[in-house]
Design a protein around this ligand. Structure first.
Ligand SMILES: Nc1ncnc2c1ncn2[C@@H]1O[C@H](COP(=O)(O)OP(=O)(O)O)[C@@H](O)[C@H]1O
Ligand SMILES: O=C(OP(=O)(O)O)[C@H](O)COP(=O)(O)O
Length: 408
């Protein structure tokens, strides 16, 4: 990659210039409380560097997956407030993204100050598949930077998204690679160019179809794929088992069946859970029991049971695979770790990663949040990446739009 770096931009001089920075402030919330501020802390150094150099910084970011219109629960208010608490420079939040509030606050911005624009996904054009629609939104973002602006992409977690604030703005402004993206890419590049085997990939979480898609290219690259979290139920269904009310993407069953068929020839083996923690409802205080993975509907909760974690037998089997690995990449919690009763699988995997001598990488907003919430320290892992889907797609060898657009 031969992108221009933030240091080059700073050396060119940024005092008084409007610099548009894409950050990943997609943090987990409990109401209006940020439950893990890892991504905010990871975003701060670039903002500080630009602020110290006298730039007028406009930050774009998304939170969650709103449907293209403003929704209070997806507001960046809590994230902006936490950033302001941690920062030693002035941070404000606009009430909109490219509307009157953003324009007025941007115009009044002083050197060294930071203005966060409200969730870019409150505008449907941000994620549109139509180039012209995304382009018109990018034009409005770029217009906020006046006639001497520049763009810095520091949102590693979103580099796999061909979205207006990630991709299209970079085609309209002089564009630079932020330090966070740079560091993340360096670690992952090392992992891909010098992979020590056995290479074990642990997959979980709730973005089932996103994560299933990456398995295609991991076949043949990973020696073993451990399947937990929400996607495990699509694997069980693909093997002909009933999964009651658990998370299931039925249209993905043929995809999984195809993976299972190709795995042996590709030299990759899947480890699918043999037991599951099934709950009466999706709640912290739900009744729950451990059942065999092929008998989920036979739990006391029948067809309404929901699988919310891998069982202890599966957690031990996964831990044994991790113990024998030389490289481990983990994305996606094994269960609904936010509820104590369903955090056992995620805790066991985190523990196994801290016990192994393998080089370990944990990727993803919720995965990073999980290990911290469960009491582990960042220093117990080889690298904690701010991007889950992004790091998975990088490891697959896929072209990432947010990176390739910076390539010159
Ligand atoms: N069995 C399950 N059913 C429903 N949700 C699950 C299950 N297992 C894990 N999850 C949820 O997955 C979420 C994280 O998914 P995801 O966003 O894909 O991970 P990451 O941010 O690490 O990439 C967590 O909030 C967790 O509660
Ligand atoms: O949380 C994120 O990704 P991750 O859950 O894969 O780590 C990023 O902020 C990207 O969000 P998106 O998957 O809604 O585009």
């Amino acid at each position: 990659m031969t992108s221009h770096t933030l240091n080059e931009l700073i050396a060119e001089g940024v005092r008084g210039r409007y610099i548009l920075v894409r950050s990943d402030l997609n943090v987990p919330l409990d109401g209006s409380t940020v439950t893990d501020d890892g991504r905010i802390k990871a975003s701060l150094p670039v903002l500080k560097k630009l602020s110290d150099a006298g730039a007028r910084v406009l930050v774009t970011a998304h939170l969650g997956r709103p449907k293209g219109t403003p929704e209070e629960k997806y507001s960046l208010k809590p994230a902006a407030a936490r950033l302001a608490e941690l920062a030693d420079f002035k941070v404000q939040l606009a009430e909109d993204t490219v509307g009157e509030s953003a324009k007025a606050l941007a115009a009044a911005l002083q050197d060294g100050e930071v203005l966060i624009l409200e969730n870019v996904r409150f505008d449907a054009r941000e994620t549109s598949k139509d180039d012209a629609e995304r382009g018109s939104f990018a034009d409005e973002l770029v217009a906020l930077t006046g006639d001497n602006g520049a763009f810095v992409d520091d949102a590693f977690g979103a580099v796999h998204r061909k979205h207006a604030s990630v991709y299209d703005v970079a085609t309209r402004l002089p564009a630079y690679l932020g330090d966070l993206v740079h560091t993340e890419v360096e670690v992952l590049r090392k992992l891909t160019t010098d992979t020590q085997r056995p290479y074990v990939v642990v997959l979980g979480g709730s973005k089932v179809s996103d994560k299933l898609a990456v398995i295609d290219n991991l076949l043949g690259k990973a020696d073993t794929i451990l399947v937990g979290g929400g996607m495990l139920f699509t694997f069980l269904a693909a093997a002909g088992h009933k999964v009651a009310g658990s998370l299931l993407e039925e249209d993905q069953i043929p995809v999984v069946q195809d993976y299972l068929k190709r795995a042996a020839d590709a030299g990759t083996s899947f480890v699918i859970p043999t037991d599951v923690v099934v709950a009466s409802k999706f709640a912290a205080d739900a009744e729950h029991e451990v059942v065999k993975a092929d008998a989920i509907e036979e739990s006391s909760f029948g067809k309404s049971g929901i699988g919310l974690d891998i069982g202890p037998e599966s957690a031990s089997a996964f831990a044994a695979q991790i113990e024998g690995a030389k490289t481990v990449f983990w994305n996606g919690p094994m269960g609904v770790f936010e509820f104590e009763a369903f955090s056992g699988g995620t805790r066991a995997i985190a523990q196994a990663l801290t016990d192994t001598v393998a080089f370990t990488v944990v990727g993803g907003g919720d995965s990073a949040a999980a290990v911290r919430t469960l009491g582990f320290e960042d220093s117990q892992f080889g690298h904690i990446s701010t991007g889950g889907g992004a790091s998975l797609e990088y490891l697959e060898g896929k072209e990432l739009p947010g990176l390739s657009v910076l390539d010159r």
